[in-house]
Design a protein around this ligand. Structure first.
Ligand code: MLT
Length: 201
C-alpha cells in the first residue's frame, strides 16, 4: 500500500497508524501525529480504493452503506500490510495505535472488529459501526477513544453509542468525546485525543 513511514525519536513509543478520510491521502493526518505524540514513529497509509478519483480504504454502495465483502478483504489487506511494514521498518507489531478520520476510522474499527491483535489502541474520529451481526474478537486490554459530533449527518449519535457498546461488549475500554459540530475534524477533538493518549502511554 502507498504510505509514508517516519521513524520517531523514541522507539519505545507506539507506532501511530494514520488513516485518512474519503478523498484524502497519506499526507493529511501527519499534523495529528505531531499533536498526539511528536516522538513516536508514524506509518501513514493511502487507501487502495478509488471512488471517482477519491482514495478510500474500502468500497461503499452508497453513503453509509458499505460493501461488506470489500471491507473484509481490504481489512485483511491492511492487517497484512501492517505485518510486513513492522518487519521492514523494524517496529513493534504489537504496539500500533491507529488514528483514523471518517473512512479511515471505519477501517480502523474494522481491524478491531476482525482481528484480536491488529491494534493496541485506536483514536477514531467520527467512526461508524463497520459491521453488524458478527462476533468480535476478545479486545481486552485494548483502548479506544471515539470522537463524535452531536450534529454529524454521516454518523448519528446513536451509532457512536452503538459502536462504543459493541467494543465494550468485546472487553475493550472505550471513551467517547462529543463535539457540538458535524462530521468535520476539529482541533479541540484532536487535543482531547492527545490528552487521552498521554494518559495511556
Ligand atoms: C464511509 O464511507 O466510510 C463513511 O461514509 C465516511 C465517509 O464519508 O467516508
Amino acid at each position: 500500500m502507498k504510505h509514508i513511514y517516519q521513524k520517531g525519536a523514541d522507539s519505545t513509543r507506539p507506532t501511530l497508524l494514520l488513516l485518512h478520510g474519503t478523498g484524502g491521502n497519506e499526507h493529511d493526518l501527519i499534523p495529528l501525529a505531531e499533536m498526539i505524540d511528536r516522538n513516536a514513529s508514524y506509518l501513514s497509509v493511502r487507501g487502495n480504493v478509488l471512488e471517482y478519483g477519491m482514495p478510500r480504504f474500502f468500497k461503499r454502495l452508497a453513503e453509509g452503506v458499505f460493501d461488506i465483502e470489500d471491507l473484509i478483504a481490504r481489512t485483511k489487506e491492511l492487517n497484512e500490510f501492517l505485518d510486513d511494514a513492522a518487519k521492514e521498518y523494524e517496529f513493534d507489531r504489537n504496539n500500533i495505535v491507529a488514528i483514523g478520520y471518517s473512512n479511515g476510522a471505519n477501517i480502523a474499527g474494522s481491524l478491531l472488529f476482525h482481528y484480536e491483535n491488529a491494534l493496541k489502541a485506536a483514536i477514531l474520529h467520527h467512526p461508524m459501526v463497520p459491521r453488524r451481526g458478527i462476533a468480535l474478537p476478545n479486545l481486552s486490554g485494548k483502548n479506544v477513544f471515539i470522537t463524535a459530533g452531536t450534529n454529524d449527518p454521516i454518523c448519528p449519535s446513536e451509532e457512536s453509542e452503538e459502536l462504543k457498546a459493541l467494543l465494550e461488549k468485546a472487553n475493550a475500554t472505550v471513551e467517547i468525546h462529543w463535539e457540538n459540530h458535524g462530521h468535520q475534524l476539529t482541533r479541540s477533538e484532536v487535543e482531547a485525543a492527545a490528552s487521552w493518549y498521554q494518559k495511556l502511554v
